[in-house]
Design a protein around this ligand. Structure first.
Ligand code: ADP
Ligand code: MG
Length: 354
């Protein structure tokens, strides 16, 4: 079942929570809404679900307007972070809940519950109560409960927010594998970019109630459509500057800006991994700190007459030779993304020099 959202608006008092949002989810796709807290992700999801009414705009399921349909009539399954399991019911009863509401026979309920317990790796746990399960198992029961009535659409709002990092990662794999088996059209809301990128076919980046970009994870990384996306995805240095003679000078660092008109004010976004630092006494910056982060090393330096700059290298990189606090370095910008001040549109990326 495909979903189309057309020019949605939603205000709370004076506050515009959803500001002209249009988007599409193809049938069978797993799409992530990714954005900071308060950006409107849950509001959009709740409108799609029929739990909240938009002030204007429409939601279409399989091409049919769904705005007049009650939440129950939309064939939607939910999993929320705080949508707790029924504590006084066993795992099997929890999973069967929606089927009972639908009036399915006991035999049918039993078959479906059995099937889902297997699918979710919960075989043998049907008679347990939620308190007898780990956090990860509980979230899998919640997923099974949502899937039991065979919804046309599955909506997941930060479903793994309450579990620890290792279990979260395990649950991501479950969700992805599950989706590959049942192919139910799914929207997954998260503020965690790694979670969005590792699970979804398509990521929709949301900021201040608006869609910033809707694209594949790779496209969002390589071709961020707006300054917000470039800043939000991946670690980056961001500088405000003015183009002059084909560069944007930031202290003694010259960020390549070929083709940008002199005087244009830009935000320059430099990803940590799009920079090279190497030790050079005549360099343009001084190293302040190095931080070993697992297999990577993050280097903090101060540009002469300029601000702090960070870069990141694989731990075994030859570029790290001799890099230590106090040493002088040269900086090469292998890729810069420049966004003109008022337009918010990318004007120039700089290919790596030959
Ligand atoms: P997200 O899920 O991205 O964190 P939400 O959609 O929950 O964002 O909220 C977007 C904004 O709308 C937030 O600033 C939030 O405070 C506000 N908001 C959401 N629901 C309500 C409500 N029922 N009443 C008033 N403000 C709300
Ligand atoms: Mg939310």
């Amino acid at each position: 079942m495909s979903i189309r959202v057309d020019h949605l608006y939603k205000r709370f008092g004076d506050f515009v929570a959803v500001d002209d949002v249009s988007l599409e989810v193809e049938s069978g796709e797993l799409v992530a809404f990714l954005g900071p807290s308060g950006s409107g992700k849950s509001s959009i999801l709740r409108i799609i679900a029929g739990l909240e009414r938009a002030d204007s705009g429409s939601v279409f399921f399989a091409g049919q307007a769904a705005d007049h349909l009650h939440a129950r009539a939309r064939g939607v399954g939910f999993v929320f972070q705080h949508y707790a399991l029924f504590r006084h019911m066993t795992v099997a009863q929890n999973i069967a809940f929606g089927l009972r509401v639908q009036g399915k026979s006991r035999a049918d309920q039993g078959l479906r519950v059995h099937e889902l317990l297997d699918l979710m790796g919960l075989a043998g746990l049907g008679e347990r109560y939620p308190r007898q399960l780990s956090g990860g198992q509980r979230q899998r029961v919640a997923l099974a409960r949502a899937l039991a009535p065979q919804p046309q659409v599955l909506l997941l709002d930060e479903p793994f927010g309450a579990v620890d990092a290792r279990v979260r990662e395990e649950l991501r794999h479950w969700l992805r594998r599950l989706h590959d088996e049942v192919h139910v059209t799914s929207i997954f809301v998260t503020h965690d970019q790694e979670e969005a990128f590792s699970v979804a076919d398509k990521v929709i980046v949301i900021n201040r109630g608006r869609v910033e970009q809707a694209a594949s994870p790779a496209d969002i990384l390589d071709h961020p459509a707006t300054e917000f996306v470039a800043r939000f995805i991946g670690d980056a240095n961001v500088y405000e500057g003015k183009a002059l003679g084909g560069v944007v000078p930031i202290g003694r660092l010259e960020i390549p800006a070929a083709g940008v008109t002199d005087g244009t004010e830009v935000s320059a976004v430099l990803r940590f991994y799009d920079l090279k630092f190497w030790k050079e006494d005549q360099g343009i910056a001084r190293v302040v700190r190095t931080m070993t982060l697992g297999d990577r090393v993050k280097v903090e330096a101060v540009i002469d007459d300029g601000p702090v700059i960070y870069s990141q290298f694989p731990r075994r990189s030859s570029l790290l030779a001799g890099i230590e606090p106090g040493c002088r370095i040269h900086i090469e910008v292998t890729l810069a993304r420049l966004y003109p001040k008022d337009a918010g549109i990318l004007v120039s990326t700089t290919p790596p020099p030959a």
